[in-house]
Unconditional design. Structure first.
Length: 196
């Protein structure tokens, strides 16, 4: 996919809006700070769409930063797989009757290394991927500086709101994610984004 046809641009813009919007919706279905089965499947769809969103963002800067955009997208895909993994984790732990953070942590410790590789490491890379995309978009002059900065702030707020499991902070950050993604989707430079 390139971003030089109406269909591809609209597909990317849809993913840019839908991905953070679905994460915002999933937040309303968490329970005691845990991802439930309902929140989980919504999250899986969200991060699937986020792969498309990242693809478009990195494609926008590919001509200016070909190496960084390629590596950035590869890491972002890994991060999104981890994000979807947290959704699956919520589905399975909900089915197992785990309803407290302490029980969830005990389960995660029991599983050990596989969850570090499949969940926690890519989970940490997700906000970093958004920060990296924001920096590249600003540097490539694909967005106004304030739009890129808003994306970076929303990215930093992602772990800061979720790690302490403060519901209000998560909702605020979700609003920033939606707003920043909409602005990037409709403000990013238009035209062909690939070399012939």
């Amino acid at each position: 996919m390139t971003l030089d046809t109406k269909l591809s641009i609209n597909t990317w813009r849809f993913a840019m809006v839908a991905a953070p919007l679905l994460i915002a919706v999933s937040q309303f279905f968490t329970y005691n700070g845990l991802v439930t089965a309902t929140a989980g499947w919504i999250q899986v769809i969200s991060f699937t769409l986020w792969i498309v969103a990242f693809y478009g963002m990195f494609l926008k800067v590919n001509v200016t930063f070909p190496t960084y955009s390629t590596l950035g997208f590869l890491i972002a895909v890994y991060a999104c797989i981890g994000g979807a993994g947290f959704g699956f984790d919520g589905i399975y732990t909900d089915a197992m009757g785990i309803t407290s953070i302490s029980d969830a942590r005990a389960f995660h410790l029991e599983v050990g290394l596989p969850l570090i590789i499949s969940l926690f490491l890519p989970g940490a890379l997700f906000p970093l991927s958004l920060v990296f995309a924001g920096v590249l978009l600003i540097s490539a002059k694909q967005v106004n500086i304030w739009v890129g900065v808003l994306l970076i702030i929303a990215a930093i707020g992602f772990p800061l709101s979720r790690m302490p499991r403060i519901e209000l902070l998560s909702h605020i950050d979700n609003a920033l994610l939606v707003l920043s993604h909409i602005l990037v989707a409709f403000a990013a430079g238009s035209g062909s984004t690939h070399k012939n």
